[in-house]
Design a binder for this molecule. Structure first.
Ligand code: NAD
Ligand code: TYD
Length: 348
């Protein structure tokens, strides 16, 4: 039996990865380690929590001794590390929290893995889930490849870049077997409504303003979260040791065009007049250090691992809207309490 540690499994992407592994690999034991910050929610995993090959470990990756103890107790063979502070706007107001979890937390996992595995690294793998934001920003043309230099602009992307460097350094210095993937913006069910798409779905539903930063002419490359989870599985199983894989949907959207499409689809779903939700668009003060454009060249993972996205953007967006409209209680629960304080501080 393989024992796989997935960190951040109660979060957005992590919960989809945990579900995929628990269902697909009955012969593995999947340990979901999460400290349950505002972004972690065990509701995301209700359907698999009773499975015999699944355990939840409530722990903080910043706790060096605890990570060491858990590695000793459970003898993990593989780590898929997603736990992180993940929202750029929060990194602008509280950069230290990002350095703590994303850099030091990753280091405490690396230390625990090194200590546990160093007598025999065979069959072991440390997989760091990273972001395309480490590459900085593109102009109007070009794509990020695996060879693009790191050039992060936000405290979030700087912290992810730093953790990527540490993972590589552990590979070079100690021989730790690792793999890294850098993915573009994800969307889909279970995403915390601080990120663009779920925030705007929630606001459209409640006829609240849609705060578009700057002129809205910023471009992101969007990928459906389940396609990311499938790519993570492929890379974990078949990716080459010490390599990086870029993951993206060849699916670039200017924010303003995406928001208009979302408004149109929501009007159809909610039975509103065409153009009604677009009236909610409000251009607000820009995000400082706002990266103009992200776009991924995902040809390596297409070519080497045979991966490609399974849904078009319109299909994924409609699935996402349906999920949020069908999960009103989930949304209500995560937007009560501290969310309101965050919202007031960020947008008022
Ligand atoms: P998320 O914010 O939804 O979830 C993060 C999870 O990590 C939460 O469950 C949280 O409780 C947990 N966590 C945070 N700090 C922790 C700590 N100290 N100890 C243990 N658990 C902790 O994030 P997400 O959007 O699912 O992103 C997951 C990973 O994927 C991150 O590493 C992120 O950088 C990366 N990524 C995200 C995107 C995206 O578009 N969301 C794109 C590319 C890469
Ligand atoms: P976000 O979902 O925060 O992801 P990231 O910053 O990691 O790309 O934002 C996606 C884009 O949407 C980004 O260009 C910022 C913009 N945006 C807004 O215009 N308004 C908002 O309220 C939010 C949260 C984001």
């Amino acid at each position: 039996m393989k024992r796989v540690l997935i960190t951040g499994g109660a979060g957005f992407i992590g919960s989809h990865v945990v579900r995929l592994f628990v269902n697909k690999y009955p012969g593995y034991h999947i340990y979901n380690l999460d400290t349950l910050t505002y972004a972690g929610n065990l509701e995301n995993l209700k359907d698999i929590e009773q499975k015999k090959n699944y355990s939840f470990l409530k722990a903080d990756i910043n706790d060096v001794e605890e990570m060491d103890k858990l590695f000793q107790t459970h003898q993990f063979d593989g780590v898929i590390h997603l736990a992180a502070e993940s929202h750029v706007d929060r990194s602008i107001t509280d950069p230290l929290a990002f350095v703590k979890t994303n850099v030091l937390g990753t280091l405490s996992l690396l230390e625990a893995a090194k200590k546990q595995w160093q007598s025999d690294f065979s069959g072991k793998r440390f997989y760091h889930i990273s972001t395309d934001e480490v590459y900085g920003t593109l102009g109007e043309t070009g794509l990020f490849t695996e060879a693009t230099n790191y050039d992060p602009n936000s405290p979030y992307s700087a912290s992810k870049a730093s953790s990527d460097h540490f993972v590589r350094a552990y590979g070079e210095t100690y021989g730790l077997p690792y793999v890294i993937s850098n993915c573009s913006n994800n969307y889909g069910p279970n995403q915390f409504p601080e990120k663009l798409i779920p925030l705007f779905i929630n606001n459209i539903t409640h006829k609240q303003a849609l705060p578009v930063y700057g002129d809205g002419n910023y471009t992101r490359d969007w990928l459906y979260v389940i396609d990311h989870a499938v790519a993570i599985d492929l890379i974990f199983q078949q990716g080459k040791n010490r390599e990086t894989y870029n993951i993206g949907g060849f699916n670039e959207w200017k924010n303003i065009d995406l928001v208009k499409l979302l408004c149109q689809k929501m009007d159809e779903k909610l039975g509103r007049a065409a153009g009604e939700s677009e009236q909610l668009i409000t251009f607000v003060k820009d995000r400082p250090g706002h990266d103009l454009r992200y776009a991924i060249d995902a040809s390596k993972i297409y070519r080497e691992l045979g991966w490609k996205p399974s849904v078009t953007f319109e299909e994924g967006l409609v699935k996402t809207i349906d999920w949020y409209l069908e999960h009103e209680t989930w949304l209500k629960n995560v937007t009560s309490g501290d969310y309101q304080k965050y919202y007031q501080k960020q947008y008022k």
